[in-house]
Design a protein around this ligand. Structure first.
Ligand SMILES: *Cc1c(COP(=O)(O)O)cnc(C)c1O
Length: 405
């Protein structure tokens, strides 16, 4: 544990060595204040006090551990950080104001001018914009490659490549990266493998077991899982996270204590939710495949998906995001989306409420036409995030929307 003192005021906390993922989600990182609360407290305070001027000086000098100011550390945020670090099996986590702030802080902390990134083409649209437009302005260039084409990754690596960045499964296409192979490629070139583990969460996939150096989350999605707060987190070794934390301390996109508390409550039900999302998504993917106006279903959990074996090796479930291509173009995609009744039309995913999105005109709308074509973001592509409503109700809704003309 890296934050503050956690003696828990005389009531020992359980030993979590070797504990299961469900136990870590409920108990990981817990600490208790002098009030002996059972549920985690929200420390809604911007600063902390000292018992003397000398102690204040010692804290600021880093000679004494402890809280100073909530841009640096906060006990509620630290509890969330320690819990997600335990879940991922990483040494230390650093929480951020959003998923994008997590990605930005990782790049600012671990790269410098002149460095090069190789990134998969199928990443979150805003990640592409961050790399192409903003990181490039500060002299960090990026080459985009096909997530599943190892030869293309190899060919893109240069002497100055310091980072390989990917999402697996990718959003919205659900493609799977071979993390073990990409970790070997990264480490053979003194580069870091950074994995955005948003879609699977540690419940379904732990990238550190496949050689990743850094794991990133948009906590906004499944970690909260109930569509309430925006947040992010970066997990990795103590030395890498010290650099990422340094960026937050100096640049400021930290997580608020209230949001950290909401995410803590989300983590307590994460394993139950991820299994339920995955089971429903697989059933719906199987059902969609049988429908006449569905051209293809993109979900690696399907047994005959070309990457099913790789997905099985890395994941213990397929996550809740299913995409499909309709027979037709934008008009047909919009018609089906508008005809849905139970699914909410929103760009968010990973919610208890099922959602539907047209990536080409929303989440990926800022990509150039060429990048859309290369990234597989076609006009007939529809993405759903399967929530926790009754599976029968969701299928009935899809059925009436697909068959209505
Ligand atoms: C949403 C998302 C992000 C960005 O997270 P925010 O919390 O919205 O900033 C990054 N990566 C993936 C895969 C996402 O789905």
């Amino acid at each position: 544990m890296t934050h503050g003192d956690a003696d828990n005021n005389g009531i020992p906390l359980p030993d979590l060595d070797g504990a299961g993922i469900e136990t870590l989600g409920v108990r990981g990182g817990q600490r208790r204040s002098a009030e002996l609360e059972h549920s985690e407290a929200i420390f809604a305070t911007s600063s902390f006090v000292y018992n003397s001027a000398a102690q204040a000086a010692a804290r600021f000098a880093g000679d004494e551990p402890g809280n100073i100011y909530s841009r640096f550390t906060n006990p509620t945020v630290a509890t969330f950080e320690d819990r997600i670090a335990a879940l991922e099996g990483g040494e230390r986590a650093v929480a951020t104001a959003s998923g994008m702030a997590a990605i930005l802080a990782t790049m600012m902390g671990l790269l410098q001018q002149g460095d090069h990134i190789v990134c998969s083409r199928g990443v979150f649209g805003t990640t592409t914009v961050l790399l192409q437009k903003y990181m490039a302005r500060f002299g960090v260039s990026t080459t985009f490659v096909d997530l599943t084409d190892l030869a293309e990754w190899q060919a893109a690596v240069r002497p100055e490549t310091r980072m390989l960045f990917l999402e697996t499964p990718s959003n919205p296409l659900g493609e799977i990266a071979d993390m073990d192979a990409l970790a070997r490629l990264a480490h053979g070139n003194e580069a870091l493998l950074v994995v955005d583990n948003c879609l699977c969460t540690p419940v379904l996939q732990r990238p550190f077991r496949h050689g990743a150096d850094v794991v990133i989350h948009s906590a906004t999605k499944y970690l909260d899982g109930q569509g309430r707060c925006v947040g992010g987190v970066v997990v990795g070794s103590e030395s890498l996270m010290e650099e990422v934390h340094g960026v937050l301390r100096s640049a400021g996109p930290t997580m608020s204590p209230f949001n950290a508390w909401v995410f803590l409550k989300g983590l307590e039900t994460l394993s139950l939710r991820m299994r339920a999302h995955s089971e429903s998504a697989l059933a719906i993917a199987q059902w969609l495949r049988e429908q006449a106006n569905v051209e293809t279903v993109l979900y690696a959990g399907l047994p005959d998906h070309p990457q099913n074996e790789l997905a099985q090796r890395q994941q213990s479930g397929g996550s809740g995001v299913v995409s499909f291509r309709l027979r037709g173009g934008r008009e047909e995609a919009w018609r089906v989306i508008d005809a849905l009744n139970l699914f909410s039309i929103t760009a968010n995913l990973g919610d208890t409420k099922s959602t539907v999105t047209h990536p080409a005109t929303t989440t990926h709308g800022r990509l150039s036409d060429e990048d859309k074509v290369r990234g597989g973001i076609t006009e007939n592509l529809v993405r759903i995030s399967v929530g926790l409503e009754s599976r029968d109700d969701l299928i009935a809704d899809l059925d009436q929307a697909l068959s209505r003309t």
